[in-house]
Design a protein around this ligand. Structure first.
Ligand SMILES: Nc1ncnc2c1ncn2[C@@H]1O[C@H](COP(=O)(O)OP(=O)(O)OP(=O)(O)O)[C@@H](O)[C@H]1O
Ligand code: SF4
Ligand SMILES: [Mg+2]
Length: 366
């Protein structure tokens, strides 16, 4: 389960030098240069002695009713990105998160409370995110009652309907989480999120802990619910085939940055960034203890507390040039809606932008 650690410290050394984006209603979510750094505290000193740059400038837009997949090795910042979007990790370090055009970090506590119902999260481990002491009906209904989603007299029917939508039976209401299989427990988590009538759901490795035979059922359920309730998803996963199947767009993360981003078919048919290429050619290593396949590339991922200079991937990149070690590559839109951050493409002309400087395509902010 994701960490509950709320890091109140702000990295004030970060220059928030980015161009703010204007709200475009076709996007439910606009993430612009989002940064989330965690303080490293040393011994007795209360002041931070360094920063873990878990998310270090992530930019993408999510179209309403679509799915954005987020891939990358363990520790690259996927979960932190999802949690920072939902404002679950204290303050952001820099950047913008516009949900339906409103900056999430500008909402008052009261506004945030009602916004929480619109933005939900489903975790990897359905067991640890369910209270063992509550019956399923209470787990699903607790927040429905609290947020007064439906009038009292409709409550029972509403919960039955939500459970039915998630493949659960009314008699399951009186049972406890330990009485269910892993797949059913994930259905309970999905029902709990769905009951709040969300518009956007962060799915953080929602099938990674499940048996392969059950994974497809949960993926199908998420797809059905998306269609029925017009949901938008940020789908975090190590499983590239699952991401290819479920996502409309894919972002590839490395050490806190999106190094490549675009429509799923473009990313999978013509990956451009050397890291994406390496990721796609890496064989997942089965780990029987973790019950999930992790992507393992050659060489170890550097620490986000001390990332390499220039291009952060230069210590592992087979195409590394001199300037890669010192100059940070900038994001370029090489094909419509297909963005890459790599010096290999510095000489290429990319996509033409209109007179206002906006690209003619959907996708990441240029
Ligand atoms: N609350 C926290 N305090 C300090 N460091 C953190 C915190 N949360 C995450 N990190 C660090 O931030 C980096 C990114 O972590 P994150 O969990 O976002 O990665 P991830 O891509 O989701 O990895 P995985 O695939 O293993 O789930 C890691 O180095 C992690 O140790
Ligand atoms: S910028 Fe250089 S080091 Fe980085 S991915 Fe591109 S070629 Fe490799
Ligand atoms: Mg994670």
């Amino acid at each position: 389960m994701a960490r509950e650690n709320v890091n109140a410290e702000e990295n004030t050394n970060v220059k928030d030098g980015f161009t703010p984006v204007e709200y475009d209603p076709k996007y439910i979510l606009m993430v612009n240069n989002l940064k989330k750094h965690f303080a490293i505290k040393g011994g007795m000193i209360s002041k931070p002695v360094g920063w873990v740059k878990a998310v270090d400038g992530v930019t993408f837009n999510l179209k309403r009713g679509t799915t954005m997949g987020l891939v990358g090795e363990s520790g690259c910042g996927k979960t932190t990105t999802g949690r920072a979007i939902l404002r679950l990790s204290g303050k952001k370090t820099a950047g913008q998160v516009l949900f339906n055009g409103r900056e999430v970090y500008d909402l008052t506590a009261r506004e945030m409370r009602s916004m929480r119902t619109k933005m939900q999260i489903i975790f990897q481990d359905p067991f640890s995110s369910l209270s063992p002491r509550l019956p399923v009906g209470e787990i699903i209904g607790e927040a429905v009652r609290e947020h007064k989603i439906v009038p009292k007299e409709e409550f029972n029917d509403y919960i039955d309907r939500i459970m039915d939508n998630c493949g659960l039976q009314p008699f399951h209401k009186v049972r406890y989480p330990h009485e269910f299989s892993g797949g059913q427990r994930q259905r309970i988590c999905i029902a709990r999120a769905l009951a709040l009538n969300p518009e956007f759901v962060v799915c953080d490795e929602p099938v990674s802990a499940l048996d392969v035979s059950i994974q497809a059922q949960i993926i199908n359920l998420l797809e059905d619910l998306q269609e029925k309730f017009k949901l938008s998803y940020l789908f975090i996963s190590h499983d590239l085939s699952v991401v290819e199947h479920i996502s409309d767009a894919v972002g590839v993360m490395y050490l806190g940055n999106l190094v490549e981003y675009g429509e799923t078919k473009d990313i999978f048919s013509s990956p451009l960034h050397p890291y994406t290429k390496a990721l796609f050619s890496a064989i997942p290593v089965p780990d029987p203890n973790a019950r999930m396949n992790r992507i393992v590339l050659e060489g170890s991922i550097p620490s986000p507390a001390n990332p390499p200079s220039g291009c952060k991937f230069h210590t592992r990149c087979p195409y590394c040039m001199d300037k890669c070690k010192t100059e940070e590559p900038q994001q370029r839109e090489l094909e419509p809606g297909h963005y890459v951050v790599c010096h290999l493409y510095d000489g290429e002309s990319g996509v033409k932008h209109d007179a206002k400087g906006g690209a003619e395509t959907d996708g990441e902010n240029a």
